[in-house]
Design a protein around this ligand. Structure first.
Ligand code: ADP
Ligand code: MG
Ligand code: MG
Length: 889
């Protein structure tokens, strides 16, 4: 096994092994770009080190061999007294982890070689400046000295000389700073700053290995879902110097604007400085464009290189470079981060430039980015007072009155107020308040905190871990870092996409992307902005290639029409229980209470025309597209009055000796139907089999509605879906009844009807016996919400708030199985049911309804297992279309 790669040996595809930085340094080297020579120690070496506590035996010799080669190339030895080779030791994992692991520059300097460097460069100040930087970075990163000690010492030196900038310190000043720094190291660590260059290098390498497991790095990885066992590579790179004088400098650049995607000159430059000065913001940089007048030759060369890189990587790149006495050096590049909007714009710009094709453009954007673009946003032009910032935990823009406890949140929201629930952190007791609030703000906890997990699950805006805000729940107030006090009832605005918190009401503007999907903004129109154009084109690519069809979960004509505008190709789930609420509740009550067949038939008869109207509207909105209607699913008692309320009413009437027969009957019925575990009780097909006439009434309503639509020259495509089936016998009975009713309607109306009849697969038994069930089902729709509950044996309502946070923190879940389908468990049942279903009935139609249908990762899974469609809420349809396209491209 080879643990060390020269920059000439690697390439950009070796990110696993060489880390992002190392792989790209190698790529640039092999492109012939000016990269200072060096080598990369692999992530494998790091893994061995982390597992065994010591470096792999072969590493030391390999490093020696590569160092020898480097010294030969450079014509000088590491730390050589009269003319030292200096190197940087740089961390670099597969995924960039900003600010996680520190780099040490100028390794190889010592009391002796600093003199040699000064003589060689003919610049004493430069040599001592480099040396003080080494002690500072090495002291902090490798030896663990508190960085503030160095900064304080530097400040003292500056104020002693009454200057503001460290460039105003001359060689003599810097010599004193170095002395002071060495004292600090000695005092803090009990040892002298190491003078042996190889020892410096080895210690730095080991420190980079160790930095993989700092608390900060672990926390970041957990938040970003980066696996903990990747390890980091270490790059050893010969130094080039931007701090040699005004003809030197260092900078960062983007090949195009990471916010808009526009081509142009974007970046910052700092004269007479080393790399870390730019990031640290120690001195003011100048815009990159100014480099043209400072050093035209280097500027032109840099522009040339940026073009080379863009053409080569076919993407936006960001770059770190240094100019040493008029000579340009490339120190880093990578495909640059960008905003969601820029991702879409850049993808289409690159297609126009002929750099990538449409399939590749689809890989350059994500459904999550699209979803981000669909949230309403705070008006950027509005005057705002930002009072803090936390972690962007769940996107959206929420405005409301500050409340500090769940009880008040519920009370105020009941009276029509919009509220933001503010807590130090939330726990399951806050659930009601979270539901009532527009958004949630906490001062503690990260992306996997209770508040964040639950808010994301509810699709509610959340900013968490806003640490500079002091939340005092007892006194019901919040104090900001600058002393602003927010009392209960004061209006605050929180931005779940940026983590920013504002005082007062920030106006919200609708997303232009949603305006476009809604048809209120046309991509071809003159005023359509670039973003909408780009989204329009990317969606067209996705629609062209995707194999999965996308349907909507919609229960009424309004949702159906919106879904259609958003690109739905039908309704995958119409929940009829939503049609039994409000006014119609009384009929359901009567249905349940019926003592005689006649009473029951009467209730059903009353419901029939109402149901029929619902379906006519729905079929009209989705004319020509399939509409899957699910027969009544939830437990009946959900339609009955609250048991406590009713008991009180009965007791009161009793004590007052008032007539209360009806209430008493109702109460008895409610008691009779009360279930300990209603979600596992009398619902779905069980209900249809127990209450005669209920399902046949619904089937009749569907059939009559379809017939009416056909008579009106429409094209209804109704599909009747039976929920919660566990065995084929249940389905057979319902099917037989249904077919009888349909035949009756055909006879009555004289209209030929083709109604598909199928079932949900949402119980483990149904999945396991899918082959048998397919005998009686023309389609399956996987109800992955219930399937997840029943496969795992936990109820979503109960557990998300209680133990999911702990499970996420312990890494048992990477993500809630209700958010992304659990491929190994639930997913494998889906996979085998698909196969069994198709084996029995090759033309069976297969889909999924439920939250997973709109989740990017799950959509890829459903594509892969060969479903025909996914169905999701209207708002998620564009995301599902895009991800279905990405899965197929
Ligand atoms: P980060 O990942 O934090 O950017 P880097 O390893 O890229 O860390 O280095 C930090 C800074 O030091 C960057 O500005 C980089 O350009 C600069 N730098 C790194 N290696 C060298 C080198 N060999 N010569 C000059 N500057 C360097
Ligand atoms: Mg860098
Ligand atoms: Mg269900």
């Amino acid at each position: 096994q080879k643990f060390v790669y020269d920059f000439t040996e690697g390439n950009r595809d070796l990110k696993d092994l060489l880390g992002g930085k190392g792989a790209n340094l190698a790529e640039m080297t092999n492109l012939g770009l000016p990269v200072p020579p060096g080598f990369t120690i692999t992530t494998e070496a790091c893994k061995v080190y982390l597992e065994s506590g010591s470096e792999p035996a072969a590493l030391r010799d390999e490093v020696s061999a590569h160092l020898d080669a480097l010294e030969r190339t450079m014509g000088k030895k590491l730390g050589q007294a009269d003319d030292p080779l200096l190197v940087s030791v740089r961390s670099g994992a597969k995924f960039s982890m900003p600010g996680m692991m520190d780099t040490v520059l100028n390794i190889g300097l010592s009391d002796e070689s600093v003199v040699g460097l000064a003589r060689q460069a003919d610049n004493e100040r430069f040599a001592w400046d480099s040396y003080r930087r080494l002690i500072q970075m090495f002291g902090k990163t490798v030896l663990g000295v508190d960085g503030e000690h160095f900064e304080d010492a530097l400040d003292e030196a500056k104020s002693a000389k009454k200057v503001a900038s460290d460039t105003d310190l001359d060689a003599e000043d810097l010599k004193k700073v170095v002395e002071r720094f060495k004292e600090i190291v000695k005092a803090d660590t009990g040892r002298d700053f190491p003078q042996d260059p190889r020892e410096q290098m080895d210690l730095a390498i080991e420190a980079v290995f160790n930095s993989w497991n700092t608390d900060r790095a672990k926390l970041y990885r957990r938040q970003e879902r980066i696996p903990g066992d990747l390890g980091t590579a270490v790059n050893v790179c010969s130094m080039v110097f931007g701090n040699l004088g005004p003809d030197s400098g260092t900078g960062v650049a983007f090949t195009r604007d990471p916010a808009s995607g526009h081509q142009g000159v974007y970046g910052d430059y700092l004269q007479n400085a080393q790399g870390e000065d730019v990031v640290a913001g120690i001195r003011n940089t100048v815009p990159l464009a100014d480099l043209e007048s400072i050093d035209k030759k280097s500027y032109d060369q840099l522009m040339q290189i940026m073009e080379t890189l863009e053409t080569h990587y076919k993407d936006l790149c960001d770059i770190e470079f240094t100019i040493e006495r008029g000579q340009l050096w490339m120190l880093q590049t990578r495909v640059g981060k960008r905003t969601a909007g820029a991702a879409f714009r850049i993808a289409t710009q690159l297609v126009d430039q002929g750099l990538i094709d449409e399939a590749e453009a689809l890989q350059r954007v994500t459904g999550a980015q699209l979803a981000q673009l669909m949230f309403p946003k705070f008006d950027e032009d509005a005057k705002v007072e930002q009072i803090g910032r936390g972690i962007a935990a769940s996107p959206g823009a929420a405005v409301g009155k500050a409340v500090f406890d769940s009880y008040t949140a519920v009370k105020w929201s009941r009276s029509g107020e919009k509220v933001i629930l503010i807590r130090r952190e939330t726990n399951p007791d806050d659930l009601d308040g979270m539901i009532a609030a527009e958004g949630i703000l906490t001062s503690r906890g990260g992306k996997t905190s209770h508040a964040a997990v639950v808010a994301r699950g509810m699709g509610k805006t959340c900013v968490c871990g806003a640490e500079e805000l002091e939340v005092d729940t007892k006194r019901r107030r919040l104090t900001t870092a600058s002393g602003v006090v927010v009392e209960e009832g004061d209006v605050v605005s929180i931005d779940g996409s940026t983590g920013k918190v504002y005082l007062g009401e920030v106006p919200v503007v609708p997303s232009p992307v949603v305006e476009y999907f809604e048809g209120r903004m046309h991509a071809g129109a003159d005023d359509a902005d670039e973003l909408v154009q780009a989204v329009h084109r990317i969606m067209a690519y996705a629609d062209r290639v995707r194999r999965l069809r996308v349907r909507a979960n919609a229960d009424n004509a309004e949702d159906a029409s919106r879904a259609r505008r958003f690109g739905a190709q039908g309704i995958g789930l119409c929940r009829t229980e939503h049609m039994f609420l409000g006014e119609r509740r009384q009929y359901v009550e009567r249905l349940i209470l019926a003592d005689t067949d006649a009473e029951r038939d009467e209730a059903l008869k009353a419901l029939l025309p109402l149901q029929k109207t619902d379906f006519v509207e729905l079929f009209e909105a989705m004319d020509g597209l399939p509409v899957t209607v699910r027969l009544l699913d939830p437990p009946l008692h959900e339609f009955l009055p609250d048991i406590t309320e009713l008991s009180v009413r009965v007791a009161l009437a009793e004590s007052r000796k008032e007539p209360h027969e009806n209430d008493l009957r109702l109460l008895q019925a409610v008691h009779r139907l009360h279930e300990q575990n209603p979600m596992l009780g009398l619902r779905g097909v069980r209900l249809g089999l127990v209450i005669p006439g209920l399902f046949t009434m619904q089937v009749r309503a569907i059939a009559e509605a379809a017939a009416a639509r056909i008579e009106a020259k429409g094209d209804p495509r109704a599909e009747i879906m039976i929920p919660l089936v566990g065995t084929v016998q249940e389905l057979e009975i319902v099917r037989e009844d249904a077919e009888k009713v349909i035949a009756e309607v055909v006879a009555e109306t004289g209209v030929e009807l083709k109604l598909a009849l199928g079932t949900m697969i949402e119980l483990p038994r149904a999945a396991v016996t899918a082959g048998q069930i397919a005998e009686a089902a023309e389609f399956f729709s996987f109800g992955t919400n219930d399937l997840t509950q029943t496969v795992w044996g936990f109820s979503r309502d109960d557990v998300e708030a209680s133990f999911f946070t702990a499970y996420l923190e312990k890494g048992i879940f990477g993500v809630s199985p209700f958010e992304t389908i659990d491929k190994d468990g639930v997913g494998s049942l889906v996979r085998s049911a698909v196969q069994a279903g198709r084996a029995t009935r090759p033309d069976i139609k297969l889909g999924v309804c439920g939250e997973h249908g709109g989740d990017p990762e799950s959509v890829h899974f459903f594509h892969e297992v060969g479903l025909d469609y996914v169905s999701c809420s209207p708002f998620r349809i564009p995301v599902a279309r895009l991800e279905a396209g990405r899965a197929a491209a």
